[in-house]
Design a protein around this ligand. Structure first.
Ligand code: ZN
Length: 91
């Protein structure tokens, strides 16, 4: 497993490896509950890093993702402009 692909401190116990899943876009590791899934309407089947989804889809498609998946996006995935649009769309 490429150690650099994981956040420092993500794996606290040996059991935590069970929570790992591969991103369908970059093939890197991520924690299953932090990866976006249920993106079939956007043409993505599997689990994906937020950053990879943002790089792969146009902004309007990101805004159209299911709200539970949009909620997993972090500022370092989206950048400020897209995050502002996501927050405005959430009201
Ligand atoms: Zn990825």
């Amino acid at each position: 497993m490429p150690r650099a692909a994981l956040h420092a401190g993500v794996l606290r116990t040996a059991h935590d490896v069970r929570a790992l899943a591969r991103c369908g876009l970059c093939n890197g590791w991520g924690l299953r509950h932090e990866l976006l899934s249920n993106l079939e309407p956007a043409g993505l089947v599997g689990a994906f890093h937020g950053r990879c989804v943002v790089l792969h889809l146009p902004p309007d498609a990101v805004l159209g993702l299911p709200s539970a998946e949009r909620a997993k996006l972090r500022l370092n995935d989206t950048g400020t402009d897209l995050m502002r649009r996501l927050l405005a769309a959430a009201d």
